[in-house]
Ligand binder design. Structure first.
Ligand SMILES: Nc1nc2c(c(=O)[nH]1)N[C@H]1C(S)=C(S)[C@@H](COP(=O)(O)OP(=O)(O)OC[C@H]3O[C@@H](n4cnc5c(=O)[nH]c(N)nc54)[C@H](O)[C@@H]3O)O[C@H]1N2
Ligand SMILES: Nc1nc2c(c(=O)[nH]1)N[C@H]1C(S)=C(S)[C@@H](COP(=O)(O)OP(=O)(O)OC[C@H]3O[C@@H](n4cnc5c(=O)[nH]c(N)nc54)[C@H](O)[C@@H]3O)O[C@H]1N2
Ligand code: SF4
Ligand SMILES: [Mo]
Length: 697
């Protein structure tokens, strides 16, 4: 019998956090194999299967890189040289322009320990208010909608396994068949209603299973949700007892929905009135048995009205009596590996650990107490992610930025503009394990460990805190993000013990800092994590975890959920004769985000080597384009190249481009940075564009 030398851990990528075994081969390289866990039930997608290859990519960074000035090349240096240089430059810039001249950009891909330490580092070691993270581009509208309605945001306030036992699931702007394939195992029994302008793989699965696909014009989901509420209410599906006992303000919400009868909704969304009524009835009948879920993804959220759109979906869920009852509910499908925990522990501009508000005096006093500082020394709220990127350098804001776990040169909206702002910085530091497009612009690049070379905790899409375990030693010369932050903090004058490098020590401190907050992790101890306990937060020290929130009451002081009075409005820009089509953007199964990791995996790049644009054959013909040809897409901000993929199921007025590619294939050269007024989420999902043959050779 051979000994089991594998390590059980979780995938480096998305929020499903599939469990895997990492098995070392004879040459020491690791191979990922699925492990059983409630979210993935023994499945992995192809990104998960190939994830260990990123550990040994040929261009893996193993030495710090530094350039003498902005025009010089990056050259290898030793750690002390790099760290001393960073500290010296930051102190100089701070002395010249004040603490807010140094900014920090974090990530929902970072572990809880890193997210927490990054926020603490910004507020204490740098004394800056200018910290935000890529989750602003991801979860912020859904989070804002949930806080308004329920008083608390935990993506799914119930275990994913609950969803699989229900009769009907409405998926608004989510394509889990490509973005979280193993989740489809939970969606095979329920009848699906998919809302997506495209006949996505998930929409196809819905139709194959006897469900429905509603294909609205991009940017009209708010109207569609109002129309569905109208149809459900008129159709007799409102749960009046629940609305009276558990909610407030139905009448104010209905005032707006009253005008959205299905025929009117059809005119704005393009979804036939008969489909709207049929979908409302299908959902309403399941709701009568308390057996329906409404789940939202980025397609419905990444808009300049994303928060109101989420509110409209929650209004529908509340009218049907779904939230706060076992077997039914509303949830948002979190995206990045730690999209949930990453938004709770203080790397957000307006936030302190435990999902506390940075402008709340009691929160400041509590956290300052844990950190051993005077609350008055903590900065206040800073700029949101796009506003921060837009202010960099010659934007009049921060002159320096420290980047951990994001690649905004590819993934931020209006990317040409963002790249210009980044290039105008006096000083950029990037910590990464590969030279991403943004790291390539940095003055100093610090090589970090990858997920399998370190340990730490992640919080998955259901709010369950998990442990990633170290499976192999890092290459010589690389350091963990915690070690980097600690080494920088001490050079900036902080006591070393204030920035521990051991993840468990950080977790214990995070537990104290989050204790008593909405996202209370004080009971998430290494022992309980190792025992495999299902630690859904809040999990207080010595208490049971909370798999299902809101069963007794919602988190507002009166215990009731609040309907929101929301009205439809058009996207921030419309089509015209110069820009006659709408472009929407999203994901492919084989690539992850900006592609910095997955474009380095041969198998994945071979499957999807280039950006493509999904176009209806008639729309392509009008533009003089055939299948496989290179097209140029131009918006009011910039242009991108992509190969035409003729798609007969596409809407005639809409094209789709994945955003995983860089340079002249970057979809974000097109996108509109119009921001949602509440969440500050950009409008990634609607840009007016022109489609033509690519003039480049
Ligand atoms: N393969 C893969 N998986 C991933 C990721 C990845 O990069 N690659 N990233 C992870 C992360 S961070 C996230 S946030 C999640 C995102 O997961 P999803 O939300 O599923 O991903 P998207 O592809 O961005 O958007 C989903 C769908 O929204 C549709 N859509 C576009 N415009 C509209 C609109 O106006 N209304 C509606 N209703 N739908 C619209 C698109 O056609 C698309 O099919 O995926 C995670 N998983
Ligand atoms: N057009 C368009 N644009 C979008 C979206 C869209 O749907 N359409 N979606 C948006 C969404 S939802 C998201 S989440 C963003 C994501 O976009 P990004 O924020 O760019 O995310 P990634 O591509 O995952 O970038 C992660 C980078 O950090 C590195 N990295 C990974 N883990 C670690 C770590 O632990 N430590 C350090 N130091 N580095 C690490 C990786 O190598 C990579 O270079 O994109 C947004 N942009
Ligand atoms: S679905 Fe997400 S967590 Fe699971 S293997 Fe794929 S990328 Fe990893
Ligand atoms: Mo995301």
């Amino acid at each position: 019998m051979t000994q089991d030398t594998s390590t059980r851990t979780h995938c480096p990528y998305c929020a499903l956090q599939c469990a895997m075994h990492l098995q070392p081969g004879d040459d020491g390289t690791l191979t990922a194999r699925p492990a059983d866990f409630p979210t993935n039930r023994g499945g992995l997608c192809r990104k998960g299967w190939t994830s260990a290859e990123v550990l040994t990519v040929p261009d893996r960074l193993t030495r710090p890189l530094m350039r003498k000035d902005r025009n010089a090349d990056l050259v290898e240096v030793d750690w002390d040289t790099a760290l001393d240089h960073i500290a010296e430059r930051l102190l100089t810039l701070r002395a010249e322009s004040g603490p807010d001249t140094v900014s920090v950009f974090g990530s929902g891909g970072l572990t809880n320990e890193k997210s927490y330490t990054l926020g603490k580092f910004a507020r204490l070691a740098l004394g800056t208010s200018q910290i935000d993270y890529n989750g602003r581009f991801c979860m912020s509208s859904a989070a804002a909608g949930s806080v308004k309605a329920f008083g608390l945001d935990r993506g799914m306030p119930f275990p994913l396994t609950d969803v699989g036992t229900s009769e009907v699931v409405l998926l608004a702007g989510a394509n889990p068949a490509e973005t979280m394939p193993p989740m489809m195992g939970h969606l095979s029994a329920p009848t699906l209603i998919v809302i997506d302008p495209r006949r996505s793989a998930t929409a196809q699965a819905a139709l194959a299973g006897g469900g429905m696909h509603l294909a609205p014009r991009p940017g009209t989901d708010l109207a569609l949700a109002l129309g569905l509420l109208h149809a459900a209410h008129i159709g007799g599906h409102t749960d009046h007892d629940y609305v009276a006992a558990r909610t407030t303000d139905f009448d104010r919400a209905w005032e707006h929905a009253a005008a959205w009868w299905p025929e009117h909704t059809e005119q704005v969304t393009g979804v036939p009135a008969t489909q709207i009524r049929a979908a409302a009835d299908l959902l309403g009948r399941a709701a009568a048995h308390r057996s329906a879920y409404i789940l939202t993804g980025r397609g419905t959220e990444q808009h300049s009205k994303g928060t109101d759109t989420v509110s409209a979906w929650i209004n529908l869920a509340l009218a049907l009596g779904l939230p706060g009852r076992q077997g039914s509910g509303y949830g948002c499908i979190t995206g990045q590996g730690n999209g949930q925990g990453g938004r709770e522990h203080g790397q957000k501009a307006d936030q302190l650990p435990g999902y506390r508000k940075i402008d709340d005096p009691a929160a400041r006093a509590h956290v300052a107490g844990v950190w051993g500082v005077d609350p008055d020394t903590l900065p206040g709220p800073g700029r949101s992610a796009f506003e921060l990127l837009d202010a960099l350098g010659d934007g009049g804001g921060p002159r320096a930025m420290l980047l951990f776990g994001s690649n905004p040169a590819v993934s931020a909206p209006d990317a040409d503009h963002v790249r210009a702002r980044i290039a105008s910085l006096d000083f950029l530091v990037a910590a990464d394990f590969v030279l991403s497009e943004t790291a390539a612009m940095a003055d100093v690049v610090l090589p970090t460990t990858q997920w399998a070379e370190e340990s730490g905790t992640m919080t998955n899409l259901e709010g369950r805190i998990l442990r990633r375990n170290r499976a192999t030693a890092p290459p010589e010369g690389v350091r963990t993000d915690l070690e980097i932050l600690s080494a920088l903090a001490t050079r900036l004058g902080q006591p070393a013990q204030r920035f521990p490098t051991d993840p468990d020590t950080v977790l214990a401190e995070l537990g104290r800092a989050s204790s008593g907050g909405a996202a209370d992790y004080s009971g998430a101890t290494p022992q309980r994590l190792d025992d495999g306990e299902a630690l859904y937060w809040p999990v207080r020290a010595g208490s049971a975890p909370t798999p299902r929130l809101f069963l007794d009451s919602f988190a507002h002081p009166d215990g009731r959920a609040r309907f929101q009075a929301v009205e439809h409005r058009p996207p921030a820009e419309d089509t015209d004769p110069d820009y006659p089509l709408l472009a929407t953007t999203g994901r492919l199964m084989g690539h992850y985000q900006s592609g910095a990791q997955t474009r380095r995996v041969d198998e994945l790049t071979a499957a999807e080597p280039d950006a493509y644009v999904e176009v209806h054959p008639d729309t392509a013909a009008r533009a003089g384009l055939a299948h496989g040809q290179w097209a140029r897409l131009t918006s009011r901000r910039g242009h991108t190249r992509a190969r035409v993929r003729l798609t007969p199921t596409a809407r005639l007025d809409t094209v789709f481009v994945p955003f995983h590619y860089a340079g002249e294939q970057a979809a974000n050269n097109l996108t509109n940075p119009a921001l949602d007024p509440t969440s500050r989420m950009p409008e990634f999902k609607v840009a007016a564009v022109r489609l033509e043959p690519d003039p480049a050779p």
